[in-house]
Design a protein around this ligand. Structure first.
Ligand SMILES: [Mn+2]
Length: 283
């Protein structure tokens, strides 16, 4: 499948939590006019404490440089974990434009502001949540996820991303996510944008909040998600683990949210399945 634009963030290269193999498989099949790197791509904060740089992490950087060299427009908006690279804002390095913010004109006629999003998290609660969820729940949930989906596959049921379901059912996480989304949406409206595309809180979403579209591309630490705009202008939140699945879609008519604030377990049954070869079918 070829896209008009794809957004990824919160890759956290340089940490053991980064799902570099999944991201590599995603990047190797990716065909997009523009790739937005929406911050926290390299975790310089973590690298300053502990050196960790396996070959797969170098390969991710190589795959991105390769896309840029072969004509994909790559725009890099450093986040809080790669904030030192904000010193490069305004420059073009290896065909990659480094900026603080970007404006994306959607085929749906909307103007989207794009930024990492830590500016809407003044106390950096997102990081605390990442640590809390990451250390206490993620490994268990990821392990359960593999087992559950092996069984679901044998039963012919569609893929169910358990980590997302789990987080969407923890009330404190829901409250935090909703407050964050509200701050982002309020700022976008004040500045005259039709929507905002960000990352930072490691929770992908496509949502219309009081007429403003909030889109979060998620992360490659827990969820392996990317936000995409296809050639027809339809937005999808792609989930890429064992196989690609769209979790939410949006077009000019509205959002088909498969990630409401509290996710019913069966809501993902209607997720469209995206095979890595680009074919898609209704589940
Ligand atoms: Mn961040």
């Amino acid at each position: 499948m070829s896209y008009r634009a794809v957004f990824i963030s919160d890759v956290h290269l340089g940490t053991p939590d980064c799902r570099a193999e999944q991201l590599l498989s995603f990047l190797h099949q990716l065909n997009t006019d523009t790739l937005y790197l929406v911050g926290d791509i390299v975790d310089l904060e973590s690298l300053a404490v502990r050196a960790y740089w396996p070959a797969s992490h170098a390969a991710v950087v190589g795959a991105i440089l390769d896309l840029a060299a072969r004509g994909t427009k790559v725009i890099y908006l450093p986040g809080n974990h790669d904030a030192p690279l904000r010193g490069l804002i305004g420059q073009t390095i290896s065909a990659i434009d480094v900026r603080r913010f970007a404006v994306h004109h959607g085929l749906d006629g909307r103007r989207y502001r794009v930024s990492h999003g830590d500016e809407y998290d003044p106390e950096r609660l997102g990081k605390d949540w990442l640590v809390w969820i990451g250390e206490h729940a993620r490994r268990l949930v990821c392990w359960m996820n593999r087992g559950l989906n092996r069984v679901r596959r044998q039963l012919g049921l569609p893929y169910l991303p358990l980590p997302i379901v789990a987080k969407s059912r923890i009330q404190a996480a829901i409250d935090y996510i909703q407050e964050y989304e509200q701050r982002v949406v309020d700022a976008a409206r004040e500045q005259g944008f039709d929507g905002h595309i960000c990352g930072h809180i490691h929770f992908g979403a496509i949502r219309d909040v009081a007429g403003v579209r909030y889109m979060n591309d998620g992360d490659w630490v827990e969820h392996c998600t990317a936000l995409s705009e296809d050639a027809d202008g339809q937005w999808s939140l792609l989930h890429w683990t064992e196989r690609g699945t769209a979790l939410a879609t949006a077009n000019t008519v509205g959002v088909y949210a498969l990630l409401p604030s509290r996710l019913p377990l069966n809501s993902l049954e209607v997720a469209r399945q995206f095979a890595p070869n680009g074919s898609s079918k209704a589940a």
